[in-house]
Structures are given as structure tokens and as C-alpha cells.
Design a protein around this ligand. Structure first.
Ligand SMILES: [Zn+2]
Length: 172
């Protein structure tokens, strides 16, 4: 069993190797000094775990409810085009575009991640609902400290209006 947190120190290559794969000045991660674990294998392993846990969530609860808040001013656009990745997002402080659409598994948690943010605009907000199995290529971000174990669900694909249901509105 692993009783430590693996670390992968970064080192600079001083001399090129024979095949010239590693050139002088390149920075590489070296295996964990405690146990010899390989950083690349570790990343692949983590990616595999994430994929597996996503599959598990999808199989366990394909019809898990998901929620997304959006200013009422967007309602027309959403009715027409759905929720699109890269729409100007209200959930970053800089008005930066994000290449995905995100959902949370409860209205209040979705609100905490969007409308409640200090930089999110005041006014009327719509709550949209969908189901996990209606989302294309969902990425489930885990959160140990949430009862559901889910922080949020992201997708880089558009979520069409036919897969969304307008629950209601609230005022910020
Ligand atoms: Zn280790």
C-alpha cells in the first residue's frame, strides 16, 4: 500500500541522451523518490480512474437531475440555440469564455456556483433542468465534501432546448 503522497520532482536535463530524445535544457519529471512510481503512468492511471468513475456515475444514475442558472436575458437565445459552450459566462470574474457548459446536481449548489457569485449580474435568473444521460460526453468533477460526491458536470457539447426544461426564475 502507498503510505505517502507521491511527488515527481522536476529536473533539468544537463546532457542529451544517445538517441537525442532528451536534449540539454529540457525539463522532465522524474519518478517518485519514495517508491519509484512513474509520473506518466500515474497521470494515465488518474485519467483512467476519472473515466471509470464517470462511467459508474452514468450507470448508477443515468437520470440524475442537473441544473443550470442563466440570466433571463438569455432565455430567448437558449430557447433558440440551447446552452452553448463558450457563451459569455457570468461565472468568471473577467467575463472570460469557458469552452464548456456546466451543471450542478441541485438548484442551490448551481446557484452557489453561478448567480450567487459577487460578480454575477443582479436581476432575474432562470433555472434550467436536464438529465445526466441527455448530455453528450459529460465530464463529472468529483468533490469529496459534497453529499453527492459531485462538484459539477461539464460538457463541451451544446445542450439543445429539447433537452432542457425551464423550472422557474428567481431574483438576485
Ligand atoms: Zn511514491
Amino acid at each position: 500500500m502507498i503510505d505517502h503522497e507521491c511527488t515527481y520532482p522536476e529536473v533539468e536535463i544537463e546532457e542529451a541522451d544517445e538517441d537525442n530524445n532528451l536534449k540539454a535544457g529540457m525539463k522532465v519529471l522524474i519518478p517518485c523518490r519514495e517508491c519509484g512510481a512513474n509520473p506518466l503512468e500515474n497521470m494515465e492511471l488518474l485519467a483512467m480512474y476519472l473515466k471509470e468513475s464517470q462511467k459508474a456515475v452514468l450507470q448508477l444514475e443515468p437520470e440524475r437531475l442537473l441544473f443550470h442558472w442563466s440570466p433571463v436575458a438569455r432565455r430567448k437565445q437558449i430557447n433558440r440555440y440551447g446552452l452553448r459552450p463558450g457563451m459569455r459566462v457570468t461565472t468568471t470574474s473577467y467575463g472570460k469564455k469557458t469552452p464548456y457548459v456546466c451543471f450542478a446536481d441541485s438548484p442551490s449548489w448551481a446557484w452557489a456556483l453561478s448567480g450567487r457569485m459577487p460578480w454575477a449580474p443582479s436581476g432575474e435568473w432562470d433555472l434550467w433542468q436536464t438529465y445526466l444521460n441527455l448530455i453528450e460526453e459529460p465530464v463529472v468533477l468529483p468533490a469529496e465534501d459534497r453529499p453527492s460526491g459531485i462538484y459539477e458536470v461539464r460538457t463541451e457539447s451544446r445542450v439543445y432546448k429539447s433537452k432542457l426544461w425551464l423550472v422557474g426564475s428567481r431574483t438576485k
